[in-house]
Design a binder for this molecule. Structure first.
Ligand code: UDX
Ligand code: ADP
Length: 463
């Protein structure tokens, strides 16, 4: 069976239909009608969902883009081998979690899915191909892949490129349609440069050439890790200051605003929070740490590792504040987590601080209620060991009935507009709010009667 029609200018395949592969390929297909794009995955349920209007991931604007191209030049399939065979360019966006076993456990990337993919590619191919790393990978993975792929005995040449994805979840479509930059790294050989031009050509269908940065493969791989490390570092920096503000009269919101107006610092990514989450930051920093240690750069490794340590501290600190301020016990108290996703506008809960907070509160024997507009299925899965004892309730009003405390975990817009008078009336007293995202109107909540605990600001308590 032929998955892709022959009359397209170029045939693109993508292995891995997750948060990166799905939206990225949908946008490429929508913007490049001359190219056929086939996305494959071993997960049949995921692929089935991509072929309906009930997509497997929640991302604003995604369905419209998918609908524009699906069936025209965008196809979702489980036939991985056919997609490999029929593609000229193969993007790889399979998962690369942190290793949980063996050498490098807890830091290095687990490349088993990548390596399996590489072996599949060799088996199913019968012509030369360009292989593009799309998932974030440790530096020099392309080199390893190059060696595995080009050790094939079929005489096929695979040119391995790095084209790291900079989309952030929740704004993926906007980020893909209007990227600040597209990075394409290749070897600087004749075949490498030719492949580089082919990938650049895909993007110039909708991205200005001046925004497309080309480099060698390792610079591209490393830039992705470094970008995420710098972003996470900003959050850890402001979170470290939030702890200091809570001990003094300073307000972290005012500090963040004041320093952000300095153009050299800039205002973005200075929102203090319960901690950063998501599939990238922690994993990428730990990859960076691992590679530095590998090269004997222990000071560099420990410098970057401190960004993750500060984040862990911030999450722990949040739970500690909750317990201490509720008279040092939350046992049998009904506590509502408002939000479970690692950020707003996504159902993704990977590395969400809410997971740690929930588990810790369960250890403290709280009666937990989890509320979130998009992430309840993932939350149920993350907390499966405790799921029988936890209530999952999408409606924040129902969730907070009879509750002792609310804790904002995710900055969902709808939480700002809740009727807190109604919520307060239905709660146990004294009623507490812990705002892990500093999104609520704290003064107003205090006036309603809540005891309010923001991040990095003095608490407002009626005691
Ligand atoms: C990130 C990068 O932004 C993106 O470029 C890269 O390709 C993948 O990793 P993502 O993980 O989707 O994207 O989300 P991001 O918006 O970066 O947020 C990460 C975490 O930091 C979230 O938990 C968010 O709530 C938190 N955050 C963000 C803060 O706590 N404070 C801030 O000021 C900004
Ligand atoms: P990301 O956020 O990086 O996109 P996801 O976990 O959402 O990560 O997506 C990765 C996808 O890759 C998953 O849907 C998984 O089933 C798929 N995958 C993993 N290994 C393979 C493989 N060997 N062949 C095809 N798909 C794979």
């Amino acid at each position: 069976m032929l998955l892709q029609k022959q009359d397209f200018k170029k045939r693109i395949g993508c292995i891995g239909a997750g948060y990166v592969g799905g939206p990225t390929m949908a946008v490429i297909a929508a913007q490049c009608p001359d190219y056929s794009v086939t996305v494959v995955d071993i997960n049949e349920k995921r692929i089935a969902a991509w072929n309906t209007d009930n997509l497997p991931i929640y991302e604003p604007g995604l369905l419209d883009v998918v609908k524009k191209a699906r069936g025209r030049n965008l196809f979702f399939s489980t036939d991985v081998n056919a997609a490999i065979r029929e593609s000229d360019v193969l993007f790889v966006s399979v998962n690369t979690p942190t290793k949980t076993f063996g050498e490098g456990a807890g830091k290095a990337a687990d490349l088993q899915y990548w390596e399996e993919t590489a072996r599949n590619i060799i088996k199913a191919s019968n012509s030369d191909k360009i292989i593009v790393e799309k998932s974030t990978l440790p530096v020099r993975t392309a080199d390893a892949m190059d060696r595995i792929l080009n050790a094939n005995d079929k005489g096929i040449h695979f040119e391995v490129l790095s084209n790291p994805e900079f989309l952030a979840e929740g704004t993926a479509i906007e980020d893909l349609l209007h990227p600040e930059r597209v990075l394409v790294g290749s070897r600087e050989t004749e075949t490498g440069l030719k492949a580089r031009r082919e990938i650049v050509d895909i993007y110039t269908n909708w991205v200005d050439r001046s925004k497309i940065i080309t480099s060698n493969v390792w610079s591209a791989e490393l830039s992705k890790l470094v970008a995420n490390a710098f972003l996470a570092q900003r959050i850890s920096s402001i979170n470290s200051i939030s702890a200091l503000c809570e001990k003094t009269e300073a307000d972290v919101g005012e500090v963040s605003y004041a320093i952000g107006t300095d153009k050299r610092i800039g205002s973005k990514f200075l929102n203090p929070s319960v901690g950063f989450g998501g599939s990238c930051f922690k994993k990428d920093i730990l990859n960076l740490v691992y590679i530095c240690e590998h090269y004997g750069l222990h000071e560099v490794a420990s410098y970057w590792e401190s960004v993750v340590r500060m984040n862990d501290y911030q999450i722990r600190r949040f739970v500690l504040t909750m317990v201490q301020s509720m008279f040092s016990t939350v046992s049998r108290k009904r506590i509502v987590l408002l939000g479970f996703a690692f950020k707003a506008d996504t159902g993704d809960t990977r590395e969400s601080p809410a997971i740690y907070v929930a588990k810790k509160l369960m250890d403290e024997q709280a009666r937990l209620v989890i509320s979130d507009p998009q992430a309840l299925d993932n939350a149920r899965h993350d907390l499966r060991e405790h799921a029988a004892k936890i209530e999952f309730e999408k409606d924040p009003y129902k969730a907070s009935r009879g509750a002792h405390a609310l804790a904002v975990m995710t900055e969902w817009k709808e939480y700002k507009d809740l009727d807190f008078e109604k919520i307060f009336a239905a709660m146990e007293k004294p009623a507490f709010v812990f705002d892990g995202r500093n999104i609520l109107d704290h003064r107003r909540l205090f006036e309603i009667g809540f005891n309010v605990y923001p991040i990095g600001k003095p608490p407002m308590s009626h005691f």
